[in-house]
Design a protein around this ligand. Structure first.
Ligand SMILES: Cc1ncc(COP(=O)(O)O)c(C=O)c1O
Ligand SMILES: N[C@@H](CCOP(=O)(O)O)C(=O)O
Length: 553
């Protein structure tokens, strides 16, 4: 598979309804007036908290002075001059507007802290999210633990209505698919400190032809997390991490920059969000092991880019050493803040299915933070009453970088890292995943499965998906290949609602697609290659070429 590396790395609504939704859009959640009465927002004024009564009164009177055009939909557009009658102060930008509206609210009642990731041995250890810490006192991974009792004072209907009310708006910061779930992510951060590109809210694509023609399925979906600001799901976590760094710097914590090791996507996201906030970014990349499109992203965003003669695992060791010695904040998913953003993709999937839970969710795995993030998002939805179950999770790895698969096959006994070999799924060429414990927990608690895909399988699966109108990255190919295997084995039934998570945009990996369609990969059949026909520029040759491909001609 020598060529894999070389190739990839070459260089509606009534006026009143509108007002109610507007309240939901801006607020920190309503102050609790009694247990499990979240729907007070929709009841008579006598059961609303006083601050909310005053706010609604003020909004109503503004609305009476400025009735909205009948075409304005729920919530409107916060950039517009008339939003359900709530006229924006002329010189305000969306952050100013959020600040003004936030001032009329009581402080948030929600909180979160770091605890050791130790589900089987609970401890009393905890740390403020304002501490700069990545491991527990005895070296365990950390987890962000939310005050679930406070969140549970609101029922599932409340949360569903709140989250639904925020979709598709430009209200700061809730226009983001991540920050629309702010109370479950980083409840205490000031809206002013948030660094967001309105990430998330990604397309959940009904893979009709791929499902029907290749798998005989009619309920297959692809969650396109890669159709995003920097072209991968990493934006979901990075907005959270960089926002917290922004806060820490404002709190005068000594942080000169933020750093990561990367197979290309984490570095792209870190660089973009840091550039947006004016924070230095430092990225360690394995030389010649990431795609050109990925490499150019941190360069263009002004990051300090170190191309290192090692693999991702080597870069990871180095960035951990460096961040221990100098005040550079670690941005890899070892840092549990990242997973708080990434888990919103799971919440979003439930939301997009009108709060129904799919049967299966298939996620490609490398450093293994994302599979846990998905588990956590689904588990929070269940615990807080938005859904009644969690889906079965499948983690899909490239056979060339399959430490989790081997661990699963060994009955979860004695995990050993591997030396990851080159794979077209270059962003998951990882042999020593930092989140192994988190991943095992997620899979064990979701009746999960681990699958692997050979280079041929993953490239063919990606090409087949493209032939049905997608443009998938090789990592998505790994997940699609796992789906094909599980269908063939009869584990996933034809009627099972299944979601494949597409983690990056295919346009980041065009070199491998070009090689595949040119049939330039010696070890691979490239069964679905569609090379261009080289044809003389005369009518006869053109007609011959068309007849060769269109038998009906
Ligand atoms: C495109 C892509 N897909 C999948 C993954 C795997 O995610 P995780 O490292 O959280 O397992 C990564 C990064 O590792 C990635 O960049
Ligand atoms: N694929 C990742 C690898 C690092 O993963 P992380 O989630 O721990 O940052 C990348 O793009 O760098």
């Amino acid at each position: 598979m020598a060529s894999a590396t070389a190739t990839n790395s070459a260089p509606a609504t009534s006026h009143m309804q509108g007002l109610r939704h507007r309240e939901l859009c801006y607020d920190r959640p309503a102050k609790i007036t009694g247990p499990r009465k979240p729907s007070s927002l929709f009841l008579g004024s006598n059961v609303r908290p006083r601050w909310l009564q005053l706010k609604i009164k003020a909004t109503l009177s503004r609305a009476e002075q400025n009735p909205p055009p009948s075409s304005v939909s729920v919530g409107g557009n916060s950039n517009g001059s008339s939003l359900n009658g709530a006229k924006k102060v002329s010189s305000e930008n969306i952050k100013d507007e959020a600040r003004r509206l936030q001032l009329s609210h009581p402080p948030t009642t929600f909180s979160a802290k770091y605890v050791p990731f130790s589900p089987h041995e609970p401890t009393d250890e905890s740390h403020s999210l304002d501490e700069i810490i990545y491991r527990s006192k005895d070296g365990k991974l950390l987890d962000v633990q939310h005050d679930m009792d406070a969140l549970k004072k609101f029922d599932g209907t409340y949360w569903k209505t709140l989250f639904d009310s925020r979709v598709g708006k430009t209200t700061w910061p809730y226009g983001s698919g991540v920050w629309s779930k702010k109370e479950w992510v980083l409840p205490e951060i000031d809206n002013d400190d948030i660094v967001s590109a309105f990430e998330g809210n990604s397309n959940l694509f009904w893979a009709e032809r791929f499902g029907k023609e290749i798998l005989g399925m009619n309920d297959l979906w692809v969650k396109h997390c890669g159709i995003s600001h920097t072209g991968s799901f990493k934006d979901l976590g990075m907005t959270v991490l960089v926002s917290q760094v922004n806060r820490l710097r404002k709190l005068n914590k000594n942080l000169i920059g933020v750093g990561c090791a990367s197979t290309g996507d984490t570095s792209a996201a870190l660089s973009a969000y840091c550039a947006s906030a004016g924070i230095p970014a430092i990225v360690f990349l394995p030389a010649n092991k990431i795609s050109i499109a990925q490499l150019v992203q941190p360069i263009a965003n002004g990051a300090i880019v170190l191309s290192l003669d090692t693999d991702f695992d080597g870069c990871m060791r180095l960035i951990r050493d460096v961040t221990e010695q100098v005040p550079i904040y670690l941005a890899n998913s070892l840092n549990s803040l990242r997973l708080e953003g990434q888990k919103t993709a799971a919440i979003e999937i439930c939301q997009q299915f009108d709060w129904e839970v799919p049967d299966w969710v298939i996620v490609p795995g490398g450093n293994l933070g994302n599979i846990y993030a998905f588990y956590k998002g689904f588990a929070m939805c269940r615990e807080l009453g938005l859904t009644d179950r969690i889906p079965r999770l499948v983690c899909a790895q490239a056979a060339n970088a399959n430490p989790l698969y081997l661990h699963y096959k060994a009955g979860w006994k004695n995990f050993s890292p591997v030396k990851a070999a080159p794979t077209f799924a270059s962003a998951i060429q990882i042999g020593d995943p930092v989140s192994i414990d988190r991943a095992v927990y997620a899979l064990q608690n979701s009746d999960g499965i681990v699958e692997e895909a050979t280079e041929e399988e993953l490239m063919d699966a990606s090409a087949q998906a493209d032939l049905t109108g997608m443009f998938t990255c090789p990592h998505t190919g790994v997940a699609l290949s796992a789906l094909i295997n599980l269908r063939e084995k009869g584990v996933i039934a034809r009627t099972d609602r299944t979601v494949v998570v597409s983690t990056a945009h295919g346009l980041k990996f065009t070199q491998s697609k070009i090689a595949y369609h040119s049939k330039e990969i010696p070890e691979l059949q490239c069964n679905f290659a569609n090379p261009p026909l080289e044809v003389n520029a005369d009518l006869g040759s053109v007609m011959d070429a068309l007849r060769s491909r269109l038998p009906s001609l």
